[in-house]
Write a protein that binds this ligand. Sequence first.
Ligand SMILES: NC(=O)c1ccc[n+]([C@@H]2O[C@H](COP(=O)([O-])OP(=O)(O)OC[C@H]3O[C@@H](n4cnc5c(N)ncnc54)[C@H](O)[C@@H]3O)[C@@H](O)[C@H]2O)c1
Length: 349
Amino acid sequence: MRLLVTGGAGFIGSAVVRLAVARGHEVINLDALTYAACLDNVASVADSAAYTFVRADIRDRAALDRVFAEQAPDAVMHLAAESHVDRSIDGPGTFIETNITGTYNMLEAARKYWLEQGKPERFRFHHISTDEVFGSLPADPSVKFTEETPYDPRSPYSASKASSDHLVRAWHETYGLPTVLTNCSNNYGPYHFPEKLIPVIILNALAGQPLPIYGDGSNIRDWLYVEDHAAALLLVVEKGELGRSYNIGGENERSNLELVQTLCAILDRKRPKATGSYADQITFVTDRPGHDARYAIDPGRIRAELGWRPSVTVEEGLEKTVDWYLANEPWWRALQDRQGVGERLGVGT
Ligand SMILES: NC(=O)c1ccc[n+]([C@@H]2O[C@H](COP(=O)([O-])OP(=O)(O)OC[C@H]3O[C@@H](n4cnc5c(N)ncnc54)[C@H](O)[C@@H]3O)[C@@H](O)[C@H]2O)c1
């Protein structure tokens, strides 16, 4: 397939780009190169004849029309977004513009192209979203997010993603645009931007700095290795049922405190400190306003209908992730100078 991937210079988008090229797809990577982007993430495929990079902003409708006309994709995988909850608390405007208006622009540009092409049978618009649109779960482990869970977003980030999901559904129902939608749990793995929890913990640990845990560390997230997410996304864009949504998750619930303790134990083995444990650096800090208590995905639909399974457990994935950060210091050092990285963001007013 000839795939137009938006946000392909980001964390998850770059994993999709690398995997898609490795599987023989042609990829057009459309990205505005915001603070969160890094073209080194796709350096391994940059010289491939199957790969094209286009710098464009999804807030610019005319640019999107040009890209569709020139690149003639078979399918769209739309990942470009502002993605950091803490930044959405400090500056929600960009989240509204990129995540909502940008998705509207993508839908309209895709619809125009699809109509001009005579509604090709195989065209797909795959919108990549988050489980955060469903809100916060109670502690009861039997309760999980399914595709039927009502939307209840609680941060500017999740509200903007929920809005974009609703637009995608409306474009399918109203205009017949062939859409598929996925909602995934927290990702981790190589090339994770160093403002997100797992890289922050690894890099602060190595630097001898405090390991910040919001609140009491009891907030639970359901962690999925990014390459398993990328594989699920390629499966959905190829085989997903039109108009349907699929929840994707690794069934790996961990409290933030447990997660950080696991990372410290891995680092204690791989890069022991002169004295003590990295866990000695754990520091509890003021909680994020509106911090959702628990996310957990029931991936029953994608497992039963499309046969998807994650390839690694969270223990294996965290080992691989720590190894990757230990081996790729130039990559993360270069990103630590970017605006806001390393600062406490999103404490509210
Ligand atoms: N990170 C997670 O755990 C997670 C989980 C589920 C879903 N998602 C969703 O997956 C997608 C990718 O997430 P990520 O963590 O890789 O994000 P990221 O912040 O690492 O990357 C986002 C990419 O989008 C690009 N971008 C941002 N605004 C743009 C614009 N206006 N025009 C064009 N490009 C723009 C950036 O330059 C960057 O390369 C997002 O839609 C996010 O909501 C993320």
